[in-house]
Design a protein around this ligand. Structure first.
Ligand SMILES: [Ca+2]
Length: 188
């Protein structure tokens, strides 16, 4: 059976964590601009320590990232937590764009949110996040990951197809196998 060999270009959609801040731990919060450390007690927040440690501010906790790639795709992963008897509502904005509207934080527990970052927000290669108090004593945030496709924009595949329509692909770049849907495949 003759084989058709094609070199395919695969553009990956998944974003991977690149930068991390464990707010509430000053030694692990390199992007924190505004916010003071605090730790919720285990009796008031049932969550792991990284979620119980927070940065807080009466108006807004601010994080700032610089020297980003304006052509890359970015997203955020955020951990929120608040005390069982300490309701808080807050919103998140970047460069004046609302990433989420007023949101009541999980009382006595924690949650993790994934949020896309609009491309327009990083055109100047700087991203400033503002976690703004809406209701409650102050704004808090536990953890922030900046996810990006910056380092994995393209991977190359070698694919073998046969006349029965079967297609198998091999990643050439020494990277782990990755799912590629037809939408991402373009024969050269
Ligand atoms: Ca933390």
């Amino acid at each position: 059976m003759p084989a058709i060999i094609a070199l395919l270009l695969c553009t990956l959609a998944p974003l991977e964590p690149q930068l991390y801040d464990d707010l509430g731990d000053p030694d692990r919060s390199p992007h924190l601009i505004t916010g003071s450390p605090y730790t919720f007690g285990e009796a008031t927040v049932d969550a792991q320590e990284s979620a119980r440690t927070v940065a807080f501010d009466p108006q807004a906790v601010v994080l700032r990232y610089e020297e980003l790639d304006a052509s890359a795709e970015y997203a955020l992963r955020v951990t929120y937590a608040t005390e069982r008897d300490g309701p808080r509502t807050q919103r998140l904005t970047c460069e004046g764009v609302e990433l989420h509207g007023p949101r009541e934080l999980p009382r006595g527990s924690s949650e993790v949110l994934d949020l896309p970052v609009p491309g327009s927000a990083v055109q100047d290669r700087v991203l400033e996040l503002s976690f703004e108090r809406v209701a409650g004593p102050n704004a808090v945030v536990s953890e922030v990951w900046l996810l990006s496709d910056e380092s994995i924009k393209e991977r190359h595949l070698a694919a073998h197809g046969d006349l029965r329509g079967n297609l198998t692909a091999l990643v050439l770049d020494g990277l782990p196998p990755h799912r590629c849907t037809d939408d991402y495949l373009t024969a050269l």
